[in-house]
Design a protein around this ligand. Structure first.
Ligand code: FEO
Ligand code: CA
Ligand code: CA
Ligand code: CA
Length: 676
């Protein structure tokens, strides 16, 4: 293989303009190939997807709402090959559903039931993770292999092992696992992480909403349990899609009911919600392996899990908890990285070594541009003080701290953030980036700003409680002291602020980064550095930023940008003049990175109607970029779809064609390295 060195890297493509078209728009000189789509078969026996609501057997099809993805290389002989750019296993999360397109006429009684069994089964199985084989037919003519023996679906019913300090806790006991060491399934899989030993970490994000709790449950719970349920949002409600209302005793449906109904926890699913909210390790190369939930990494609304592997250091895992006013976490292994483990054949055993024994920390960002990692270790974490009607919470043991990591983080005084989404690490410098997608005035009022979440302003296009706050989000980054994964202190700055450059062309307190219409964006979510192996990664890695936006979508669909972000400390102190909807003002100082320019930030892709741009990866040679297009047409219905993508990618599609989430492969027409 030839290696092109680019020193320093420069962005070598023309910015893609704002777009409201129903296509994935890429720069001149680039092409799009649609890869796996919702419903595509993962076994030879499964019929092609009719896409009219009649399809079944989603346990053997690509799921809905494709999110984070990663390409795990395969050699021509079908063995793991981290350097392969021509054959591999695409592992993708399936976060959620557009139920209106899954059934002939949309879903039946979807908000409170009773749900038809066939509809609920389809919806449950369309969640989870897929593994599908991708192959280059020559010169990046990509297609997927529908009958590959590697293809796999992991669904909300796939058996899982619980590992780490919380495994065996009484708070994880269910009718399925009377000793609290096993579970079934994963749900609302959002972003991901890739270990240094070729496994995939899938992250359980908004799992709380799927559970049902009847009003009768309140009187049966202890105060401690009620505090924990409330902190995680497992409230009295029917649960998303009302799956537990199916007239069946099959646990596929009954386990979504967390109401206490039996004599003890072994009789019911009262603790089933504690089975979710974890980072789950999957070995993509072994379709028969049982995924392992890594409880040492804590339980929250896990967005992603960036794993930093550095020579002679502990393994560090950086994780955002995606809700407004939640925290940034770091896990540090007890074991020091041994490079020989990278190629071990029992990959999940290596996961046991690094991911089951370590320390979980949560971040505090201080106003002087430094920060501290606060350990969540039983014995040193104080009681969580009473809040509102919730009494003081006294932790019982380390399992309690990990299962209720949010309560422990509250107790140690972590910094609440403007919705922490993906984490990504610069492969050259080790600096860690975190998207803070947005926040609003009801969650973070004017006087709730701080140096790390500093901005408060109005969005003239929005109304109500969302119109003021930080509607366009920002990206914060940190550098560990000593560049060490196990540092307990760090330096930070804010790399980039989202803004609508048409509304705010020059207000330095809103468009802080000086964005233009060639690089303005809102609500950053997905975040990923080009692989170290590709030429962009050798000198000055490209940072990719994906958006999940509702604030600028009158002007443009969601997008992907490429950036050369520089380093922590490039900018300096700035003072923002913040303003709320009453006209009250308050100044807030913060530490901002250098301004964006046409040279260091440029829009690379705009997606089709009503989509979110989700997962991202490249082949190791940097010549194919894979991107997830999630929920196009999410606001339409079965009779009147509001997107026809990906059929519309070719230019036209019938008005009745239903949209499908899908992965696209983007290549450069001259065969070159993407973005350079
Ligand atoms: Fe599933 Fe935070 O996005
Ligand atoms: Ca996300
Ligand atoms: Ca998001
Ligand atoms: Ca989404």
């Amino acid at each position: 293989t030839t290696t092109i060195r680019v020193s320093p890297a420069v962005l070598g493509f023309s910015a893609v303009a704002h777009s409201l078209e129903d296509i994935a728009a890429v720069p001149a000189g680039y092409s799009v190939t649609v890869m796996t789509r919702l419903g595509d078969p993962l076994a030879a026996s499964v019929p092609a997807y009719a896409n009219d609501g009649t399809d079944t057997d989603f346990a053997h099809r690509i799921g809905d709402h494709g999110d984070a993805l990663h390409f795990f290389g395969l050699s021509s002989a079908g063995a793991r090959d981290d350097n392969s750019s021509t054959r591999g296993l695409m592992v993708q999360n399936h976060e959620n559903l557009s139920t209106q397109y899954l059934h002939p006429n949309g879903p039946t009684n979807v908000s409170s039931g009773p749900r038809p069994e066939d509809e609920a089964k389809k919806e449950i199985e369309a969640h989870g993770v897929s593994v599908s084989e991708y192959a280059d037919g020559g010169d990046r003519q990509w297609s997927y292999v529908a009958d590959s023996s590697f293809n796999r679906r992991i669904t909300p019913m796939t058996p899982m092992a619980l590992r780490g300090p919380a495994a065996g806790s009484g708070m994880l006991v269910t009718a399925y696992s009377n000793d609290g060491t096993a579970g079934r399934g994963t749900i609302n899989n959002c972003a991901n992480g890739i270990s240094g030993w070729a496994t995939n970490l899938t992250c359980e994000e908004n799992w709380a909403g799927y559970f049902r709790r009847d009003a009768s449950d309140v009187a049966l719970r202890t105060d401690r349990e009620l505090t924990a349920l409330a902190r995680y949002g497992v409230s009295v409600r029917t649960g998303n899609y009302a799956w537990s209302t199916v007239a069946s005793t099959d646990p596929m449906f009954t386990k979504w009911n967390a109401t206490i109904t039996g004599a003890t926890a072994t009789d019911d699913y009262r603790y089933e919600p504690n089975q979710y909210g974890w980072v789950v390790e999957i070995d993509p190369y072994d379709p028969t392996s049982t995924p392992r939930k890594r409880t040492a990494l804590g339980r929250c609304g896990h967005e992603g899990a960036f794993v930093r592997i550095a020579e002679g250091q502990k393994v560090g895992v950086y994780m955002g908890d995606d809700s407004r006013r939640e925290y940034l976490y770091k896990y540090v292994s007890n074991a020091t990285w041994d490079a020989a483990d990278a190629d071990a054949s029992d990959r999940l055993a290596i996961g046991d070594k690094y991911l089951d024994n370590g320390t979980l920390y949560v971040a505090r960002f201080d106003a002087d541009g430094t920060g501290k990692w606060l350990p969540l270790v039983f014995g040193s974490v104080p009681n969580r003080p009473a809040v509102g009607t919730a009494p003081e919470y006294v932790f019982a043991d380390q399992a309690d701290i990990l299962i209720n990591a949010r309560l422990a983080a509250d107790a140690v005084g972590a910094t609440p953030m403007d919705r922490p989404e993906w984490t990504a690490g610069n492969p050259v410098t080790g600096e860690i980036y975190l998207t803070l997608t947005n926040n609003n005035a009801s969650n973070r009022p004017l006087d709730g700003t701080d140096a790390a979440n500093p901005r408060h302003y109005g969005d003239p296009k929005l109304s109500g409680s969302t119109s003021y706050g930080n509607p366009n989000g920002h990206i914060i980054r940190l550098r560990e002291d000593g560049d060490s994964t196990d540092a307990t202190t760090f330096a930070w700055d804010i790399y980039l602020f989202g803004a609508d450059a048409t509304d705010y062309p020059s207000d330095a307190s809103v468009n802080v980064s000086g964005l233009t219409t060639d690089n303005d964006f809102s609500s950053p979510d997905g975040l990923w550095f080009s692989r170290e192996s590709n030429p962009a990664g050798q000198i000055n890695p490209v940072l990719w930023i994906e958006t999940d936006d509702g604030a600028m979508t009158d002007r443009t669909n969601c997008m992907l940008l490429a950036a050369l972000p520089g380093n922590v400390g490039d900018g300096g102190a700035v003072t923002l003049t913040n303003k709320d909807s009453t006209g009250a003002t308050m100044q807030q100082a913060t530490i901002a990175g250098a301004a964006a320019t046409a040279a260091n930030l440029r829009r690379f892709l705009v997606g089709p109607s009503e989509c979110e741009i989700t997962g991202i990866d490249m082949t190791p040679d940097g010549r194919t970029l894979f991107v997830g297009i999630q929920h196009p047409g999410e606001r339409g219905d079965a009779a009147t779809p509001t997107s026809h993508w990906p059929d519309s990618q070719a230019g036209s599609a019938a008005a009745t064609v239903r949209p499908r989430s899908a992965i696209i492969a983007i290549t450069k027409d001259d065969g070159g390295v993407i973005a350079l």
